[in-house]
Design a protein around this ligand. Structure first.
Ligand code: ADP
Ligand code: MG
Length: 409
């Protein structure tokens, strides 16, 4: 439970900002315009894949890569180097923030291990890399978690939005809490609310199967992030693969395709995006599944094999939907036990966006838990929310800095 140092925006924040979004799979640089009336528009965006050598090398290599991406974004989009641009850094890992623009990485997650970053202020590391690369036109004014960005982006337009959720490479959420309840916040004690980054991916009170335990043991962070490893995009395909390999070993599936065992033995041979394709195949003969298997080198699957594979994927993804929706319900119960008010949940992430039926299945779980009252909870897909929200946070930070200076004068 990590204080974010921000609350919901007012909706009248204005200006143009640059935002960085380091989420896990991709790194994005965006220019965002805030119109002051609840609309945050992405003006330019560049997406860069984060190569394993940067994820698992040194911190200096990772931050140099980030600075290089910023450089090419500025050049490609014709930003003048003579001006100064306020930049918001969405850094989607557990960070102990010490102010709106400073925070120390507690622990890497989602496959990152870059050395020399844990325990350091990531804004400092970014500033040092900008200096090394002679990028002088950037001023880092805000540091945000992607969940917080998503909630802030959602509530810029919709003032009843009070939960931000990510279902992408990893999973996490944030919600609004009364300041007086936040014991970890050491700032001035005054009325009002602050958004709390829950880091719920690290929740570990859920019963694990043998497949979860095997996956955890083979991860770069064993013993940590159990809920994330059961729910998010980085892990679902791998979980399904482990169940499949077991099924093959037990002669339940692919009885007539003996080489399937060898093909699916390889880590990464079944991805979460493959599950979307398999589960989304509505043809009678499961032709798309057949095509997928043929591309893998399995041309002799039976229809029963394909039905079983689809069911297996559905079991793994349904558990993820169930856990994700139940976690959302748990947070809403904390905020509003009787469900007296309306709540909007802002969600972002490629798993939520691309997995067939993910949103409607989550609604189904909430209906099971809440009955008709579930109608009080609405989703909004906050596309690019983490980047757009970070820009709004930068605007809030720039505004308070301006105010502080005016007060001093
Ligand atoms: P991040 O979480 O890194 O900010 P995204 O929200 O784009 O980025 O999530 C990327 C992850 O989403 C990928 O690692 C993958 O696990 C998952 N993903 C990508 N495409 C699909 C898809 N078609 N169906 C389900 N999951 C997907
Ligand atoms: Mg993201």
């Amino acid at each position: 439970m990590l204080p974010s140092f921000v609350d919901r925006p007012k909706g009248n924040e204005k200006g143009e900002f640059i935002a960085l979004d380091l989420g896990g799979t991709n790194f994005r640089v965006l220019a965002v315009n805030l119109d002051g009336k609840g609309v945050a528009t992405v003006l330019n965006v560049s997406k860069f894949a984060v190569h394993k050598k940067y994820m698992q090398g040194t911190g200096e290599q990772l931050f140099n890569f980030i600075a290089d991406c910023i450089n090419s974004f500025l050049t490609e989009n014709g930003f003048k180097r003579t001006k100064t641009y306020d930049l918001a850094f969405t850094f989607s890992f557990p960070v102990q923030q010490t102010s709106i623009a400073a925070g120390v990485l507690i622990a890497w997650t989602k496959g990152f291990t870059a050395k020399g970053v844990q325990g350091k202020d990531v804004v400092n590391l970014l500033n040092e890399a900008l200096k090394r690369k002679h990028i002088d036109c950037i001023r880092v004014t805000a540091l945000a978690n992607d969940t917080v960005g998503t909630l802030v982006a959602g509530s810029y337009k919709d003032p009843i939005c009070d939960l931000g959720v990510i279902m992408g490479t990893g999973t996490n959420a944030c919600y609004r809490e009364k300041r007086s309840n936040i014991k970890k916040f050491k700032g001035p004690d005054f009325e009002g609310h602050m958004i709390v980054n829950m880091e719920w991916g690290n929740f570990d009170k859920v019963r694990l199967t043998c497949y979860d335990r095997e996956l955890d043991a083979s991860s770069v962070n064993p013993g940590a992030m159990h809920l994330e490893k059961m729910v998010s995009g980085m892990y679902l395909g791998e979980l399904a693969r482990r169940v499949l390999v077991d099924g093959i070993k037990r002669d339940i599936i692919f009885l007539n395709a003996p080489h399937a065992a060898l093909i699916f033995k390889r880590k990464g041979s079944l991805k979460t995006s493959h599950m979307s394709l398999i589960e989304g195949d509505e043809t009678a003969g499961l032709d798309q599944v057949d095509e997928f298997l043929k591309q893998k080198g399995i041309s002799d699957s039976t229809l029963d094999d394909r039905i079983l594979l689809k069911r297996l994927c559905r079991l793994v993804s349904s558990r993820a939907v169930g856990l994700g929706a139940t976690a959302i319900a748990a947070v809403i119960i904390w905020m509003d036990p009787e469900l007296r008010q309306m709540h909007t949940v802002a969600i972002d992430g490629s798993l939520f966006e691309n997995h067939p039926g993910f949103p409607s299945k989550m609604t189904g779980v909430l209906r099971k838990l809440y009955g008709v009252k579930a109608e009080k909870i609405a989703w909004v897909h906050s596309k690019d929310g983490s980047g757009r929200g970070a820009a709004i946070i930068a605007a809030v930070a720039a505004f308070s800095e301006k105010n502080r200076k005016m007060m001093q004068e």
